[in-house]
Design a protein around this ligand. Structure first.
Ligand SMILES: NC(=O)c1ccc[n+]([C@@H]2O[C@H](COP(=O)([O-])OP(=O)(O)OC[C@H]3O[C@@H](n4cnc5c(N)ncnc54)[C@H](O)[C@@H]3O)[C@@H](O)[C@H]2O)c1
Length: 272
């Protein structure tokens, strides 16, 4: 039976991916900043019928010791790690670069970029010792070089995550590690992430124009998670990109937007 470790998985995409892995009989280690949130998440995951099990460990991805503890916990609980997903992420306050506090710039870069780098480093060391595995990093706004006021530091980190992941895949192949490395591209998801900066509840007030685009291109994270997890379970190639919102899907969404009146921001339609 395989085991997956997902960072930042008490809610949002990470939690939804954990559900799909459990449904597919993969042991799951969820991890996040707060134990109380992990306990609640584990309880919900335990309700899913499956041959596999769920465990959790607190891990702040900006803390190297806690990443090592998470790896040790997963190995002790399930014997080995087959898939490692650097999913933890924070959004930035919706301000121009020079209007941001330096400490907030640090937080975004430390969680979104450095967290993925250090997580990958230790997952790679663990997997090479154990004879292989798969590491995935999450792309986001900016990965494709798009730019927009209010998302530049987040975009800087995600652009770098994309470069880093490709570089890691190349190094892994050149060293014959037996570890495949890939990118997950989730598009736009209706999670706490889009309305909260820095993970601490600083509100992001989306403009009507942004809401309109999210209504056309966005999806709930359970839909995206199913696609991404099924892609990971099938994937055997190094340097893969598992992409939900492809260019053609986005074009189709815009073409059919007139017939598809979705409003994620209407309270009645918000998912619990
Ligand atoms: N929501 C979107 O539209 C969107 C689009 C593209 C990419 N993404 C990416 O998807 C991933 C998941 O985002 P989401 O939408 O589920 O967000 P979310 O805010 O719902 O979940 C993020 C999780 O990460 C955790 N987290 C934050 N800082 C952490 C830290 N230092 N250590 C460990 N955990 C930490 C949070 O507690 C939370 O549980 C992120 O990498 C994000 O950048 C999101």
């Amino acid at each position: 039976m395989k085991t997956v470790v997902i960072t930042g998985s008490a809610r949002g995409l990470g939690f939804e991916m954990a559900k799909v892995f459990k449904k597919n009989n993969v042991n799951v280690v969820i991890s996040d900043l707060k134990e109380e949130n992990l306990k609640k998440a584990k309880k919900l995951l335990d309700e899913i019928e499956s041959e596999s099990k769920v465990s959790y460990a607190v891990c702040n991805v900006t803390n190297e010791e806690q990443i090592l503890d998470l790896i040790a916990h997963a190995n002790k609980t399930f014997g080995r790690i087959d898939i490692w997903i650097n999913n933890a992420g924070v959004n930035q306050p919706e301000r121009a670069i020079w209007e941001l506090d330096t400490k907030d710039i640090d937080t975004v870069l430390n969680v979104d970029l450095k967290g993925a780098i250090i997580g990958s480093k230790y997952a790679m060391l663990d997997m090479t010792k154990n004879g292989g595995g798969a590491i995935y990093n999450i792309e986001g706004y900016g990965s494709n070089d798009a730019k927009m006021l209010g998302l530049s530091i987040y975009g800087t980190s995600k652009r770098a995550v994309t470069y880093f992941t490709e570089a890691l895949a190349k190094e892994s192949a050149e060293r014959n590690t037996g570890v495949i490395v890939g990118k997950l591209s989730p598009g736009i998801m209706i999670t706490d992430f889009i309305t909260n900066a820095l993970g601490n509840g600083e509100a992001i007030n989306l403009s009507d124009k942004t809401k309109k685009v999210y209504n056309i291109l966005g999806d709930y994270p359970d839909v995206v998670a199913k696609f991404l997890v099924e892609g990971m379970l099938k994937n055997t190639k190094n340097d893969a990109k598992i992409e939900w919102l492809t260019g053609s899907k986005a074009a189709w969404r815009f073409m059919t937007a007139g017939f598809n009146k979705r409003d994620f921001f209407d309270q009645k339609l918000l998912k619990e």
